[in-house]
Write a protein that binds this ligand. Structure first.
Ligand SMILES: [Mn+2]
Length: 354
């Protein structure tokens, strides 16, 4: 089944049509990347309305969905919905702005626009289970990330700045073939106690821990990996923190299988850290889903009751953060399988001392 067929099959019967304008959702459903466009889904036929900048490309790429050149958008939407006999129309509550909704109301006065979350929730539910094709793109994105990490180990030395490392990661990953950097965090020395520190002009010094957290996009899907490496020498306290984080990740892994509750996987890692001398220093959730976006649902955190299913892809990223000293985070991305999980991240987790 195509994503559009899956969505139409799962769409509640009291919803006659769906208007989809969210960029990630559009791409998920049509396979076509664009910065504009409206997907009009009715049970009669799916139609993608797109302007002339993308029209030719959309016609060549999109299958199983009619492509219509945008002219008078609201008139076209109205005609398609009228033709399908659609009265109740869902919009993406997480995407549609107040202005967008007001315009739909004004331009399409005969329709009943539904203000509930069902369409957005349904798309999120569909997107959380990755197909083998989606998984293959994520493996590829992770492969570029692993290879770029290997490269950067030879680049890191005293005097190099965080910003220079961030740029090198970006350039090398794209030279290898990644489409673009998804994001990059380089946090060194005392900066590494801030989980999401922005790369700065700080130059690396001996004794630093350096946390590298980054990912790439490949064909619309992203990777995400964190490693903390050391520029020697390493203190006993640094080693102790590093090993505790590594054990916390192992504790989480031991609990990852289909049916496992996300909250309980988080607890496995959190309890280990809280039983160590570093109790209370792991402030964020253990992990998040990813796919077309770097952060998707569900998440490993203290409150998420979702049960893991094969095809879900989540990060597992415990950390210990000691303000004024340093921080450590280790992050892999796993795909839940029928009997456990596949670790998409291949880079070593032994403490690397450069
Ligand atoms: Mn992450």
């Amino acid at each position: 089944m195509t994503p559009i067929e899956k969505l139409l099959e799962a769409l509640p019967s009291d919803i006659d049509a769906a208007l989809i304008t969210g960029g990630f959702n559009r791409r998920y459903l049509t396979g076509f990347p664009s910065s504009a466009g409206t997907l009009v889904l009715t049970r009669k036929k799916p139609v993608f309305i797109i302007d002339s900048r993308y029209y030719e490309g959309a016609c060549k790429t999109i299958q199983g969905c009619e492509v219509l050149l945008q002219d008078k958008l609201y008139r076209q939407i109205g005609a398609l919905l009228g033709d399908a006999g659609a009265k109740t129309v869902a919009v993406e509550s997480e995407i549609c702005t107040v202005k967008g909704l007001t315009t739909y109301r004004k331009e399409l006065p005969d329709l009943e626009l539904l203000e509930d979350n069902r369409l957005s929730d349904l798309l999120s539910l569909l997107r959380r289970i990755k197909t083998p094709q989606e998984l293959e793109k994520m493996r590829k994105a992770q492969e570029y990330t692993d290879k770029t990490f290997t490269h950067i180990l030879n680049y890191i030395k005293a005097g190099v700045t965080e910003k220079q490392i961030a740029l090198e990661l970006d350039v090398v990953g794209r030279k290898m073939g990644a489409d673009q950097l998804a994001f990059v965090i380089v946090a060194s020395g005392e900066n590494s106690s801030q989980p999401h520190c922005t790369p700065s002009h700080r130059a690396l010094e001996e004794g630093d821990f350096i946390t590298l957290d980054f990912g790439f996009f490949v064909d619309g899907y992203c990777s995400d990996m964190t490693r903390t490496v050391a520029l020697g020498p390493v203190s006993d306290r640094q080693r102790q923190v590093y090993e505790t984080v590594r054990q916390a990740q192992e504790a989480a892994f031991a609990n990852i299988r289909p049916g496992a509750v996300c909250r309980e996987v988080d607890a496995a890692a959190r309890n280990l850290i809280d039983a160590s001398p570093f109790a209370g220093t792991f402030g964020h959730g253990l992990g998040h889903s990813l796919g077309m976006e770097v952060h998707e649902a569900p998440s490993f955190n203290p409150t998420c009751e979702v049960k893991l299913e094969p095809g879900m892809v989540l990060s597992v990223e415990p950390g210990i953060y000691l303000p004024g000293e340093f921080g450590v985070r280790i992050e892999d991305v796993i795909a839940c399988t029928d009997d456990g999980f596949e670790n998409l991240t291949k880079s070593s987790k032994e403490l690397i001392v450069l």
